[in-house]
Structures are given as C-alpha cells and as structure tokens.
Write a protein that binds this ligand. Structure first.
Ligand code: A2P
Length: 249
C-alpha cells in the first residue's frame, strides 16, 4: 500500500467522494516508438477544499502502473484527466440521521475525502466508518486518518464544534488477530456491529450508506442493505445507499 499527494490544478473542481483517471506515460512501443498514457481510475482521498490531491493505492504485483507509481519522487509529474465522476457523493443520498461508510482495503479512499468534508458532519447526527482488511497493517491508513481528524485543531475549526462525538470508527481484520475479527457482513448478520456501537439495525427511515470495496463485498452488502429496506440511489435519483467498486483490486 502507498499514498501520495500532488499539487492540484487550479481548474480542477470535484465533489468529495469522486474519482478521476490518473497515470503515467507508458514505455515506448518497440515498433512505432510511440508512448501511450497508462491510466487508471483512482478515488480522490483528499477533501474538495484541500489545495493538494491525495491518492491511496495498492501495489499490484507486476502491475504496469503501480510498479512505477509507487516510486514517484517530489518534482515528478503524473497525468490527470480532469473529469471527476462518481456515485459516492452526498447528492446521491436523501437526508438521513446516520451515515454508514462501509469499506474494504483501499476502498476507504473516497471516505477519507468525505470524512474531511464538513458537509458530512453537517448533514448527519452520526457517521460510522467500518473498514475490513485482511491484516492489521492495512488498517494503518484509516487509523491515522481518524486520529488526524480527531486531533487536528485546524480541521476541528473547519469542521465545526462537536463533530468529534458524531464520528465512530469500526475496523476489523479477517486474517490476522486484532481487537475485532471478522467480515463486517458476518458481524452485521450476527448483530455484533449494532450491539458494539449501541445503534439499531439499519432502516430506511434513519440510515444512509455508502459502500466501497471489492466486488464480492459490494454485492453481498448491497443485498443486505436491500434486506433492511434501503434502496440504491444515484446522482439523478437520490435514495438510501450508493455503491462503488474499489479500483485496482
Ligand atoms: P477475507 O479475508 O475473509 O476474504 P481483499 O484483500 O481480497 O480485497 O479483501 C479485503 C477484505 O474484504 C478482506 O478482509 C476480506 O475478507 C473481505 N471480504 C472479501 N469478500 C467479502 C465479502 N463478500 N463480504 C465481506 N467481506 C469480504
């Protein structure tokens, strides 16, 4: 895993939670000598007010892009296609009381953006981030993010008084011992998540949710949310939950 920050083009506007295409120039084609850009979709992990852009990525074994991207140095340039899009945005949800952000692995990236956006805390009484990873080390990015959000005075000023109390963090691991073991889906079915957090099961009256993780996780959780009575929303048709695949998984 690695993260990096870049300068932000002054013209780039986006909504917290959206993604863009970024990348590097590929190696020259041996026949023509021409170079093509190697581009992948990446969630912007920084909030929309930030002067810089932050990205969070896995290192795909032998991956053409990440095997080079992980080595970029200050001063290097990356390619950025300035067309942010995505469904993990506040506009795609109806007003509610409690917002659930469900992530696995690098699927936490869009939530790192939303959790540093004051609107997230203006819109909801309670915000719950769940993050399921195989190993404890993979939780470090999220744990550091939450720590920063809870302790950074500048951010506290920006986010408004009292927002600390509304932020809940529920990390779990599946293949290495930690304080809470298990897939979030299993822990929800067993009711453990709700008793641990002291909140009722999700309901369309009060709860809104965003899902971002690997494909199997997205599909399983989507099914569960539908079972609670929540309906999938979109930018043009806001409802109770939205879902997006974590890229490069
Ligand atoms: P598990 O270790 O039991 O497969 P990955 O690294 O494969 O993208 O997985 C990230 C995390 O998501 C892992 O902890 C993994 O658990 C979990 N996961 C994978 N599939 C599902 C699913 N269908 N529902 C819930 N969690 C899942």
């Amino acid at each position: 895993l690695f993260r990096f920050r870049t300068t932000r083009p002054a013209s780039l506007r986006f909504r917290s939670g959206e993604f863009v295409m970024i990348g590097l120039m590929g190696d020259p084609d041996p026949a023509t000598g021409k170079q093509k850009p190697l581009l992948r979709a990446y969630s912007i992990a920084s909030p929309s007010w930030d002067e810089e852009l932050e990205f969070y990525s896995i290192k795909v074994p032998d991956g053409p892009l990440t095997s080079r991207l992980q080595h970029i140095q200050p001063g290097d340039q990356i390619i950025l296609r300035p067309k942010p899009v995505g469904t993990l945005v506040h506009d795609a949800l109806l007003p509610g009381k409690r917002l659930w952000l469900f992530a696995t692995g690098t699927g936490i990236a869009p939530f790192a953006s939303l959790l540093r956006d004051p609107q997230t805390f203006e819109d909801y009484d309670e915000v719950i981030l769940t993050h399921t990873c195989r190993e404890v080390g993979e939780l470090a990015y999220g744990a550091r993010l939450i720590e920063t959000i809870r302790t950074d005075e500048m951010l506290a000023e920006l986010m408004g008084a009292g927002f600390h109390d509304t932020l809940r963090y529920y990390p779990t691991t599946t293949r290495e011992d930690s304080a809470k073991m298990g897939r979030i889906t299993d822990l929800m079915r067993a009711g453990e998540v709700f008793s641990d957090l002291g909140v009722p099961q999700l309901s369309p009256e009060t709860d809104r949710a965003m899902i971002c993780g690997n494909l199997a996780f997205n599909l399983e959780l989507k099914d569960m949310l539908e079972g609670y009575g929540l309906q999938e929303g979109a930018n043009s048709d806001p409802r109770h939950y939205v879902v997006e695949k974590a890229f490069l998984d």
